[in-house]
Design a protein around this ligand. Structure first.
Ligand code: GMT
Length: 385
């Protein structure tokens, strides 16, 4: 099959999932075309059957807000037409699914067609999509997609609750991990021993948006560090990073925290972590938590959104009420103080991630969805280039 994939190419779980999916599909013999404004961050420079098509929005001075969604629609139209794609798979509803709808309308004008599959990832439904400026176009774009998936049951239910979309059959296809990559036995922790100093390592990875509650990460850490000498490794970057830095200074733990910024290769870092913290207000899935579990790192987090579908409370980690930093710290301290229980939880985390979220099984679900979607409509008849 020939599949176009559009995602946000910079840091973030949806871009990571989209890219890993494309790489896995190509490894299974499909031809994959990434269509976006920048080479996706997890995409190597060359892979057989993988192509990258850059979207250029130009620089016309009249455009205070360059219309990326239109430039994307044009590029999608060209790539489908020139490479005879069967499917356009959009990750994150806006503007990607909207651009795909425009591209499909343009193709139909020329007597061609393509199937549009949209995967909902999180804030496209829970935050941005519900803003007044975007609500109706988000609902329209979901309803006009030929198939829609959500990364958790929580997100599917939230889509129906917030948008209706009763005519759309939103299917749950969870995010996934490559079990060979997220295997702590395969990596050497890259942080030097002078930095770690035999302390326990707590870790957080995110885009440091408000929804992540990064001050809570620091508050939990400060309480743990007061009882068990620890190091907090913060990976990623975003607008709330300064909040975390302020909190660290206010609580007097700045010297025990390292901010590593945006890093592509996180598996070696996760391999050296003792606990992973994810305190978000809402997390539709929590890909970073899944990658931690797969690496044998128990997760301490907030019992919100889709995270309970990923972390089994009491088995692979502990989930507490949003904002309850005392409970999160207590759970962390108790677990770190009990090496037998930590090891059992680490083993359970790695095993459960492999059992429920392995790449092969999940990619096969997407393949089956593409096949059903293409079969449900007449085969596209493409216009020659
Ligand atoms: O919605 C966002 O905040 C960004 C988005 C992303 O691109 O990373 O994250 C969402 O998609 C991820 C991949 O499916 C999920 O693991 C994250 O839980 C989800 N973020 C939120 O729901 C806040």
């Amino acid at each position: 099959m020939k599949i176009g994939i559009t995602c946000y190419p910079t840091y973030g779980g949806s871009g990571a999932v989209a890219t890993e999916l494309g790489i896995a599909l190509a490894a299974r013999g499909h031809e994959v075309h990434f269509i976006t404004y920048q080479q996706p961050f997890r995409l190597p420079n060359f892979l057989p059957r993988v192509f990258f098509h850059e979207v250029d929005v130009g620089r016309y001075p009249l455009f205070e807000y360059p219309p990326y969604d239109l430039a994307l629609a044009v590029r999608m139209h060209e790539v489908v037409r020139d490479h005879q794609l069967d499917v356009l798979h959009c990750h994150y509803a806006i503007p990607h699914a909207t651009s795909a709808w425009i591209a499909r309308e343009m193709l139909r004008e020329g007597g061609a067609d393509v199937r549009v599959v949209t995967t909902l990832h999180g804030t496209d439904i829970t935050i941005v999509g519900q803003e007044r400026s975007f609500y109706s176009i988000t609902r329209f774009s979901i309803e006009k997609s030929d198939a829609v998936t959500a990364v958790s049951h929580y997100l599917r239910d939230e889509t129906y609750r917030a948008f209706g979309c009763v005519g759309s059959d939103v299917q749950v296809i969870h995010n996934f991990i490559d079990p060979a990559l997220f295997d702590r036995a395969q990596h050497v922790f890259p942080l030097p021993s002078e930095v770690v100093q035999n302390r326990r390592v707590l870790m957080h990875i995110s885009n440091f948006r408000a929804v992540k509650r990064v001050r809570d990460i620091v508050k939990v850490f400060a309480r743990v560090n007061a009882e068990i000498p620890s190091l907090l490794v913060m990976i990623g970057d975003g607008p709330e990073r300064v909040e975390a830095e302020d909190e660290a200074r206010e609580l007097g733990v700045a010297e025990s925290i390292v901010f590593l910024g945006k890093i592509d290769a996180i598996a070696p870092l996760l391999a050296g972590a003792d606990l992973f913290l994810l305190t978000s207000d809402n997390e539709s899935f929590g890909l970073s938590a899944l990658e931690a579990l797969a690496s044998g790192v128990p997760v301490i987090g907030a019992n919100a959104g889709g995270l309970p579908e990923v972390v089994t409370n009491g088995v692979t980690g502990y989930l507490c009420a949003v904002g309850d930093v005392e409970a999160m710290a207590r759970a962390s301290i108790d677990l770190l103080a009990d090496p037998v229980r930590w090891q059992a939880m680490s083993d359970a985390a790695a095993a459960d991630a492999r059992l429920r979220f392995s790449q092969d099984a999940v990619v096969a679900q997407y393949e089956a969805l593409y096949e059903r979607t293409v079969a449900a409509f007449p085969k596209p008849s493409h216009v020659p280039a």
